[in-house]
Design a binder for this molecule. Structure first.
Ligand code: ZN
Length: 171
């Protein structure tokens, strides 16, 4: 309900009231949970360590089961992927060259009772050319800074979704 109100408020600044009404009633409801924001953590990810593993370890060390994060910095190599929606498999590729992390955004939840980090990133080479996608291990950190925000509530768990073939949030 909260989302519908927000949508209506923001859209009403640009669209007529009649159009907004149609938009709000025709959209599917958003399954969601509510959390309280808790600790903010700023950290430096270790040189030479896998980026995903480093974030998982930071969460485990601080008993964080649900959260969101941003990372900027640079990597020595990266493994990126995109989800092939027809085959329902990730297609991955590896780049072994220095790249700037223009932005890496992600979240933390639980999968099979363990901390699971989901991260996407846009990275740039020396010429400013960018690549992006879902980040996999191995992605080796050169230097990186993380802003991690803990969210407190019922821990968010992932479960297999038969429609997409992905592990999605159980909401
Ligand atoms: Zn992803």
């Amino acid at each position: 309900m909260c989302y519908l109100i927000l949508l209506k408020t923001s859209l009403s600044q640009f669209l007529g009231a009649k159009h907004v009404q149609e938009e709000a009633t025709s959209m599917d409801t958003i399954s969601h949970a509510t959390f309280e924001t808790e600790r903010c953590i700023l950290g430096r990810l270790p040189h030479g360590k896998d980026l995903i593993r480093a974030i998982e370890d930071l969460c485990i060390e601080n008993s964080i089961q649900t959260g969101v994060f941003f990372v900027i910095g640079a990597v020595i190599s990266v493994t990126l992927g995109s989800y092939d929606q027809n085959q329902q498999v990730y297609v991955t590729f590896k780049k072994e060259e220095p790249l700037e992390i223009v932005n890496c955004t992600g979240n933390v939840s639980l999968k099979d009772g363990k901390v699971a980090v989901h991260a996407h990133a846009v990275l740039a080479d020396m010429n400013g050319q960018t690549i992006g996608g879902h980040i996999f291990s191995e992605t080796i950190v050169y230097a990186a800074e993380i802003y991690l925000r803990e969210l407190l509530g019922k821990p968010l768990e992932r479960e297999y979704d038969s429609i997409t073939g992905l592990s999605l949030w159980k909401l």
